[in-house]
Design a protein around this ligand. Sequence first.
Ligand code: AMP
Ligand code: MN
Ligand code: MN
Ligand code: MN
Length: 284
Amino acid sequence: MSILNADLHCHSVVSDGTLTPEALAARAAANGVELWSLTDHDEIGGQERAAAAARSHGMKYLTGTEISVTFADHTVHIVGLGFDPRNDDLVQGLSRMRGGRDQRARLMSDGLARAGIHGAYEGALKYVGNPDLISRTHFARFLVESGVCSDTNEVFRRFLTEGKPGFVTHRWAPLRDAVQWITRAGGMAVIAHPARYGFTPNEEYALFLEFKAHGGRGVEVVTGSHTTAEYVTYGETAREFGLASSRGSDFHSPEESRTDLGGLAFLPGELTPVWEVLADRIIQ
Ligand code: AMP
Ligand code: MN
Ligand code: MN
Ligand code: MN
């Protein structure tokens, strides 16, 4: 095992989490996290606060983000770690990406209205911490609050996934762009929670091949989205493709997340941890 309590995937109010970067840092430190990264969706506006809060708790820090990508008509998430948050291409690429979210949210609201749920755009906005980053999670919180569903999982199942009334097809960044923004800013691109995409084995193989060809270097193995059997499967995939392995809870909220910050199994010892490859990018 790699006995380092690293948690390199979570979300704050800067995207779709419910805690501030400072509250997340305090919670991570209290749970024994030694190396932390805040990886807000398509947004790096919380990085300075997160790094400063990490330092105040004596935690090591890697800069982070989680970029939404469209690959083979599926949405795939690419985590970036250890990049320079002032890099122009990265900053502008992410800003363009966020630009499509408001229009998408209005269309989602129109779809929900046709299903008899009114005022969802305004309702979701009440939960948004960053007006640039309205997401399905904010709609889910509104639908739970208004009593339409009893939890966010039910909202996604009934309203927010493909074929359901609040789902709007959206074109996110090309895989190549996301990987290049991260790597050209000095960071490492990492495939987030690969078991979640529902790819066929061929599609998944194509994702890993293309990701590597563009310069991607890591994959999440131990994540709150994987079963313990999937830790084994994707540990093998990491070795097969020569990728470093990451560990992250994907924590969003004390009320909604099953896995707490720092609460995962350790990374299996035969894998190369991303934090070994990124040693010179770690902020002490
Ligand atoms: P978006 O980027 O707006 O498409 O929202 C995606 C976010 O929705 C993910 O990052 C998760 O936080 C959340 N999400 C996706 N699927 C589910 C689900 N089945 N249950 C709860 N949350 C989900
Ligand atoms: Mn999320
Ligand atoms: Mn994700
Ligand atoms: Mn995430």
